[in-house]
Write a protein that binds this ligand. Structure first.
Ligand code: ZN
Ligand code: ZN
Length: 412
């Protein structure tokens, strides 16, 4: 028996989105409606009723972890998601290439994104040649998209209780990292960060890439701004807990990171961009292929949330129709529904009417041979409110894997 979880980010909506109906209710979704007739619906509070979820905390909860216990900030999951080796106890930072100017002995930030430079990968090598062994710490840096990257510090006596070097505004000096608690580890980590920042400026200042950019009149990426210190938590991989092999198909780094922390292998899929342009049929084909060798496949689709944040109800409705036709149309044509349990839901509600995540519960659909069908004939928020699964909090993955009879009994 196989399992597939499909999450459309920010799927849920409010009746205020489209004149009395949600985008999902207004969308034509024949494939999802067919699954709703075969399966059962319910409503999920991603973390708990009344909690407005972030995407990272919500995904942890959906995977069966307690975000209040394991969440330390998105930096750790982003670093994992861009493929870095991150171990429990490492301290992770989100990083930006930025443009600074020396004035009166200070480094003044003039562009926090260095003109959204595209040469991050070329600068990455120079950063990784910095030697911090005299400070008794190992580090690795990886550039990701545009000006973005991540830094991971590894060593004894480190702390994530340090402030950002990113001033989050321009025209002011690069901040010195400071200890945010009275501990030797926090003071030491702040010193390491400040020394790292100085050495990064030294290697970036005269780097050929930056001289070339300056020659072309572009802002150089001559400094790294660090923010969001996060300790990598210890998560027991669900693959160990359930004795399964799992795979993840996603575009966004954050989701790949949570999936890696949960023990899933992140597959690279052509056309998975993590936004509204994503190739949904390509993701469905990748999922079908993955189901031949993995017990559990997690697919993340981001575009619904983007349209919600943009306040564009029509774009959200149209994207939901694409999920139905391009993703589920392709997926269902290749699935034997007698051999698989499928779950489709969102990680929270992002109503275009508010443009932000809200705490409203999201509709959930389960289908497969062990699911007791209910009376729902359509997949929507309204139908889900009358569904046979009722209302529950998070834990979609444990429920899905239990229907497949994976996992051990609790108690005798
Ligand atoms: Zn989300
Ligand atoms: Zn969002």
């Amino acid at each position: 028996m196989r399992a597939i979880l499909v999450i459309a980010d920010g799927l849920g909506g409010r009746p205020t989105d489209m004149g009395g109906a949600t985008c999902l209710e207004r969308a034509r979704t024949p494939n999802l409606d067919e699954l709703a007739r075969k399966g059962a619906l319910g409503l999920m509070d991603p973390i708990a009723p009344g909690v407005r979820p972030g995407s990272d905390t919500s995904h942890l909860s959906i995977f069966g972890y307690d975000p209040y216990r394991v969440y330390t900030g998105r930096g750790a999951f982003e670093a994992l998601g861009i493929g870095m080796d991150v171990r429990s106890g490492d301290v992770c930072f989100r990083a930006n290439f930025a443009t600074v100017e020396e004035r009166n002995g200070e480094l003044i930030v003039v562009d926090r994104r260095a003109g959204r430079l595209s040469e991050g990968k070329e600068l990455e090598g120079a950063i990784n040649e910095i030697d911090l062994s005299d400070l008794g710490v190992e580090f690795s840096f990886r550039a990701s998209t545009e000006h973005r990257g991540a830094l991971v510090l590894r060593g004894k006596g480190l702390s994530a209780a340090v402030s950002d070097t990113d001033p989050h505004e321009t025209g002011v000096a690069l901040h010195e990292a400071k200890a945010l608690e009275d501990s030797e580890a926090a003071r030491r980590t702040a010193e390491i960060l400040n020394e790292f920042s100085r050495r990064a400026y030294q290697v970036l200042r005269d780097h050929p890439v930056n001289r070339r950019r300056q020659g072309e009149g572009k802002p150089p990426g001559n400094a790294l701004l660090l923010r969001g210190a996060a300790l990598m938590p210890h998560l027991e991989p669900i693959t160990n807990k359930y004795g399964i092999r799992g795979a993840c198909i996603a575009g966004g780094a954050l989701y790949k990171g949570v999936a890696r922390a949960a023990g899933l292998e992140v597959l690279s899929v052509p056309g998975a961009t993590g936004d509204l342009r994503t190739d949904l049929a390509s993701k469905a084909r990748a999922a079908l292929e993955a189901l031949e060798s993995y017990d559990f496949v997690f697919v993340h689709i981001k575009g619904t949330d983007n349209a919600g944040h943009d306040g564009d109800a029509e774009a959200k409705r149209a994207f939901i129709e694409r999920i139905d036709s391009e993703f589920f149309g392709t997926l269902l044509s290749g699935l034997d529904m007698g051999q698989i349990h499928l779950c489709f839901s969102g990680d929270h509600t992002t109503p275009p009417a508010t443009g932000e995540h809200t705490a409203d519960p999201v509709p959930v659909l389960f289908a497969g041979p062990a699911i007791r069908p209910d009376k729902c004939e359509k997949f929507s928020e309204r139908a889900a409110g009358e569904g046979g699964l009722g209302r529950f909090s998070g834990r979609l993955v444990p429920q899905l894997l239990s229907y497949c009879d994976f996992g051990e009994k609790f108690g005798a």
